[in-house]
Design a protein around this ligand. Structure first.
Ligand code: GLA
Length: 373
C-alpha cells in the first residue's frame, strides 16, 4: 500500500519500505524520566514509510495523514531548521544521523500512519523509528535497534524539542505485538513480559486533547526534578516504600507528584510479576490504583477521562482500566476478560458518549483483530 502511494506521488518505485508500531503503556506513567520502570506494549497499529534515494541532497517527503495542502514538504540535508511543522520529525532524523557521522544522500519519502495522532499512543516515536528503519535499509547504515531507539529519542528531545522520556522510542524499536516490554529506564535493560492468557486489551480514545499538553508535561517533569532535588536524590525512583513518609513532608504539589512516581514505579514491578504469574485480577487492581494516582497525585487526567475509567471499571467484563500515555487527554486502556473486549469496549464507549457528550472512539480491538477471532 505505502509503495503504491509512493509510486503515485513520486512517479517511480520505492527502494525500501519499513514500519514501526504505536504503543500503549500498560503501567508506569511518568516514571521514564524519573529513572523508573515502565511496561509498554507495541500495538497492531503502525506508521509505514517507503523510501528511494536521490542523487542530490534534497529530501522530498509526503504524508498521507495531513490535509492535502500540507501533505508535501522538502528539506535540504545539512540545512535542517525547526519549522514547527510535521517535516520537523524527518529533519530531526536526518540531522541526528548526520551528527552521528552517518552518510547518506537525499531521498524521496512517503509516510502513512494508522496510529492516530494526539491519542496518547506515541505516534511521533513510531514515525521517527519507521523513518530511521527505512533509512537504515536504504543507505545500509550501521545501526542496531537499540541505537535506532536512542537516536529517535535524541531527535525528539534535541531537535523537535519535546522533553519526553525514552519509553516510546524503545518500545517502537524493540517491542513485539502481544509481548510487553519491561524497561528499566535507568539502565535501559529490557525484558519481555508476555500478555497473560485469559485477558484481552481494549483501547478507547477519549477524543480529548488538552491544548497545553506539551507545556503541562514539561511542568510535571520540572516538578519531579524539584522534588528529587529537595529530597537529595538524583532521580525520584531511587526512593522506595519506606521513603513515603518523607515525601509527605514536601510542599504541595511536589509531595503528590513524588508519591505518584514512587508508588507507580513499585506498581510496575508488581504488575510484571502478576502478568508472569497469570494473576490478572491483581493486574486489574494495579491499573485502577495507577489511574487513581495519575488523577489525584500527578493530576494528569481530565474529568471526562475519569468518567471513562469509572464506566469501564463498572463493566462486568473489565478487570481494570487506566489512562495511558502522557495524559491531559488521550486514550484509556481496558483489561477485559478474553473474548469480551470488543463488546465491552463498545458498551463503555456508548455510555461515555451518553454521560459526557464526547464521542470517543474504540481503537482496539480494531477491524483486523475482530476478524482474526
Ligand atoms: C509520553 C512520553 C513518555 C512518557 C509518557 C508518560 O508518552 O513520550 O516518554 O513520559 O508520556 O509516561
Amino acid at each position: 500500500m505505502i509503495d503504491a502511494s509512493f509510486a503515485t506521488i513520486f512517479g517511480r518505485e520505492a527502494a525500501v519500505t519499513a514500519a514501526a508500531p504505536g504503543r500503549v503503556n500498560l503501567i508506569g506513567e511518568h516514571t521514564d524520566y524519573n529513572g523508573g520502570l515502565v511496561l509498554p506494549l507495541a500495538l497492531p497499529l503502525e506508521v509505514r514509510v517507503a523510501i528511494a534515494p536521490r542523487p542530490d541532497a534534497t529530501v522530498r517527503a509526503w504524508s498521507a495523514n495531513v490535509p492535502e495542502d500540507e501533505a508535501r514538504a522538502e528539506l535540504t540535508l545539512g540545512a535542517e531548521r525547526r519549522t514547527g511543522g510535521w517535516i520537523d520529525y524527518v529533519q530531526a532524523v536526518t540531522s541526528t544521523l548526520a551528527g552521528d557521522g552517518h552518510v547518506m544522500s537525499g531521498f524521496d519519502l512517503a509516510i502513512a500512519s494508522d496510529v492516530p495522532l494526539g491519542s496518547g499512543l506515541a505516534s511521533s516515536a513510531a514515525l521517527l523509528v519507521a523513518v530511521l528503519r527505512g533509512l537504515r535499509s536504504a543507505f545500509m547504515l550501521a545501526l542496531t535497534d537499540r541505537e535506532i531507539a536512542t537516536a529517535a529519542h535524541r531527535a525528539e528531545t534535541e531537535f523537535v524539542g519535546a522533553p519526553v522520556g525514552v519509553m516510546d522510542q524503545l518500545v517502537a524499536s524493540l517491542g513485539r505485538e502481544g509481548t510487553a516490554l519491561l524497561i528499566d529506564t535507568r539502565t535501559l535493560d529490557v525484558a519481555d513480559v508476555p500478555m497473560p492468557s485469559g485477558v484481552e486489551l481494549a483501547v478507547i480514545d477519549s477524543g480529548l486533547r488538552h491544548q497545553h499538553a506539551t507545556g503541562d508535561y514539561r511542568v510535571r517533569r520540572d516538578e519531579c526534578m524539584r522534588a528529587a532535588a529537595r529530597l537529595a536524590v538524583p532521580y525520584l525512583c531511587a526512593l522506595g516504600r519506606r521513603d513515603l513518609p518523607r515525601l509527605a513532608t514536601l510542599p504541595a504539589p511536589l509531595s503528590g507528584r513524588a508519591r505518584h512516581v514512587v508508588t507507580e514505579h513499585l506498581r510496575v514491578a508488581e504488575a510484571a510479576e502478576a502478568m508472569r504469574a497469570g494473576d490478572v485480577e491483581t493486574l486489574g487492581r494495579l491499573w485502577l490504583a495507577s489511574h487513581a494516582s495519575e488523577r489525584d497525585d500527578f493530576e494528569v487526567s481530565l474529568p471526562a477521562i475519569d468518567t471513562l475509567v469509572d464506566l469501564a471499571a463498572a463493566d462486568a467484563a473489565v478487570l481494570g482500566a487506566r489512562l495511558t500515555g502522557g495524559g491531559f487527554g488521550g486514550s484509556v486502556i481496558l483489561l477485559c476478560r478474553a473474548g469480551e473486549a470488543a463488546e465491552a469496549a463498545i458498551r463503555v464507549q456508548r455510555a461515555y458518549q451518553t454521560k459526557t457528550g464526547h464521542a470517543g472512539r474504540v481503537l482496539l480491538p480494531g477491524e483486523t483483530e475482530r476478524q482474526r477471532r
